[in-house]
Design a protein around this ligand. Structure first.
Ligand code: TTP
Ligand code: MG
Length: 359
């Protein structure tokens, strides 16, 4: 008889415990063991999160300050320090990178890791998850919770089941029963509105959901219907998508007709600088190197670049450099048909390497 040879993936989902609040308690011993809320202190402020001590009173995320006070009069409101959270976020990503390159961060404090193949040649994903938890604790003095399974959907739900400082492993053979017993409101991807709609249809658990055909679910939930149909049967082949590190950011324009006139070229360059700068601002990502590229009417490509020691965030400075580069390039062409600007040595790239930019 043929053996079941299906090879399952090994996926870990890591999520920091009461993230912002834990960082505040770590950095200020006076806050330890106390109910605190990060944010929400101002007149109209809402909380970002609350310590576990505060959660006992029902305090949670996205709650207005007055409501928090009602629930827990002794609450301590702490203003958020995003730089500190970002630093931890980068620290944990560096820890993940010791194990695998297939890392998909979902936010500051959580990520999926595909460890089917991993840098430790370790076959047991649970052991890897425990090692990651230990390294995070040792290096950040913070705890996290882990979910381990063969797909993203179950790993994500699992990481939430034994918080704080927990680990939950759901093996492929346990998945069906796990999903049948699971309340639909815990399904990752089922929002509050959908959960209410499902409950109105008598769907409270995975087992209830299974009674509906794919067509019925599509009729009620549109495209998501077939997702629910598959997911409740443990079918989730979505890959863990590693974030691509951007090496450059830029724009270029092919001109309608070849340009010869210097003034016209500068006019086009001005427009490109505007767009280019807007792009950098939008990405909130700046580079230390600016490259100008032109394609001549003879289809020859010329590039000129200049690097600085600091991130080029000032539009006038960028303009000055672009003009200078154009001047250099102009010696080599009569007419151009394409012109563009690129920024490289980007901030985001260096942060991935673990350096924090000072400029
Ligand atoms: P979560 O992981 O959702 O929450 P948490 O880490 O505080 O608690 P848990 O132990 O249950 O995982 O979010 C991570 C951080 O994101 C959280 O510490 C604060 C921030 N956040 C907001 O700013 N607004 C929000 O509405 C939520 C949910 C989180
Ligand atoms: Mg969290």
């Amino acid at each position: 008889m043929e053996k079941d040879t299906k090879k399952y993936r090994k996926i870990i989902h890591i999520d920091m415990d009461a993230f912002f609040a834990s960082v505040e308690q770590r950095d200020n011993p006076e806050l330890r063991g106390k109910p605190i809320a990060v944010g929400g202190g101002g007149k109209r402020g809402v909380t970002t999160t609350a310590s576990y001590e505060a959660r006992k009173y029902g305090v949670g995320s996205a709650m207005p300050g007055y409501k928090v006070k009602e629930l827990c009069p002794q609450i301590i409101f702490v203003p958020p320090r995003f730089d500190a959270y970002k630093e931890v976020s980068m620290q944990i990503r560096r820890i993940f990178a010791r194990y695998t390159d297939i890392i998909e961060p979902l936010s500051f404090d959580e990520a999926f890791l595909d460890v089917t193949e991993n840098k430790m040649q370790e076959a047991i994903a649970t052991d890897l998850a425990l090692r990651i938890k230990k390294e995070i604790r040792e290096e950040t003095q913070l705890t996290c919770s882990a979910g381990v399974s063969y797909c993203k959907f179950i790993a994500k739900i699992a990481s939430d089941m034994n918080k704080p400082d927990g680990i939950t492993v759901i093996k492929p053979s346990q998945a069906i029963i796990f999903l049948e017993q699971l309340p639909v409101k815990k399904f990752f991807g089922v929002g509050k509105v959908t959960a209410r709609k499902m409950e109105a249809m008598g769907i409270f658990t995975g087992a209830d959901l299974k009674k509906y055909s794919k067509i019925e679910l599509a009729q009620n939930f549109g495209k998501s219907g077939s997702f629910y149909f598959d997911i409740v049967r443990g079918i989730d082949d979505r890959p863990v998508r590693a974030e691509r590190i951007r090496r450059s950011l830029g724009i270029e324009t092919t001109l309608n007709n070849d340009l010869e006139d210097q003034h016209e070229i500068v006019e086009v360059l001005d427009k490109i600088i505007d767009k280019f700068f807007a792009r950098l601002q939008k990405a909130d990502n700046y580079g230390r190197t600016i490259t100008l590229k032109v394609k001549t009417s003879e289809f020859k490509t010329i590039t000129r670049s200049r690097s600085e020691e600091y991130y080029l965030k000032d539009k006038n400075k960028i303009k000055e450099i672009a003009y200078q580069l154009l001047e250099q390039a102009m010696r080599e062409f009569e007419a151009i048909r394409l012109i563009g600007l690129t920024a490289s040595k980007l901030q985001s790239e260096e942060e991935e390497d673990g350096q924090i930019s000072l400029f």
